[in-house]
Design a protein around this ligand. Structure first.
Ligand code: PEP
Length: 256
């Protein structure tokens, strides 16, 4: 982390877990633990159905609301989709785009992810752009090439000013939901690579300002070492964010 130059962002990704009837207990527990001040930006990316009630339950806290996906279209006849304008109007601040589960299970391409990213920025929200290699790609030694290509295609012609408002989450597919975590050295190596790619595409100032998170089985036991890496500016946390106590403990490690 380097809070002098960039925001540390700890974001939970609930995926398709928890129920609307559990929101109040979750929010009360997290608010009680966090209090009014926390050392970094904290967000919860929840199923769209739960966004509005969760925001109500989070009132009085500084926890931001996030969504897990968005349509690449503006509005209209797209049954089942949710637009960026709808998310913005509901009070959503962060939107995950390009999560590895969307890429692998829903066939999302870098081109589609780039269109979603643009919608989120145009609506005045903050996209969290996920990039990362699969296990076969890492075994073939292609992880850096893959992540650089994902960044290039998804960022397209976004300018440097827009880019400073795009946290990037490095999420190796082999570490997501598997209990297998990248070592702090692997996470640092890839987050530094991502910052290097931003420097080459834009400039040193933009690269220094961009938040690069790590995601992949981060938990209270491994968070401190991961977040202590100079280029790891936070986490995207799946499983451990389902428990407000564990999520709080990860936020607390961002104090280091
Ligand atoms: C994720 O969903 O982005 C994630 C990192 O999940 P987990 O922490 O469960 O690996």
């Amino acid at each position: 982390m380097n809070p002098k130059y960039r925001k540390t962002v700890i974001a939970g990704n609930w995926k398709m877990n928890l129920l609307p009837s559990q929101l109040k207990d979750y929010a009360d527990a997290l608010k009680g633990l966090l209090g009014k001040e926390h050392p970094c930006e904290v967000a919860l990316c929840v199923p769209a159905l739960m966004a509005v009630p969760l925001l109500r339950h989070l009132r009085g806290s500084r926890v931001s609301l996030g969504a897990q996906d968005v349509s690449a279209e503006a509005s209209g006849a797209f049954t089942g989709e949710i637009s960026a304008a709808q998310l913005k109007d509901a009070g959503v601040k962060y939107v995950i785009v390009g999560h590895s589960e969307r890429r692998a299970l829903h066939g999302e391409t870098d081109e589609l992810i780039g269109r979603k990213l643009r919608r989120v920025l145009e609506a005045g929200m903050t996209p969290i752009l996920c990039v990362g290699e699969t296990l076969p790609q890492r075994e073939a030694g292609a992880e850096k090439e893959i992540v650089r290509a994902q960044l290039k295609l998804a960022l397209g012609d976004r300018d440097a000013a827009a880019m400073r408002n795009v946290p990037i989450a490095y999420e190796p597919g082999w570490a997501i939901g598997t209990g297998r975590t990248a070592s702090p050295a692997q996470a640092q190596d890839m987050c530094r690579e991502i910052r290097g790619a931003i420097r080459e595409k834009y400039d040193a100032r933009t690269a220094r300002a961009v938040t690069v998170q790590y995601g992949g089985s981060m938990n209270p036991a491994n968070a401190a070492e991961l977040l202590a890496q100079p280029d790891v500016d936070g986490g995207l946390i799946g499983g451990a964010s389902l428990d407000p106590g564990k999520f709080y403990q990860i936020v607390e490690t961002a104090k280091l």
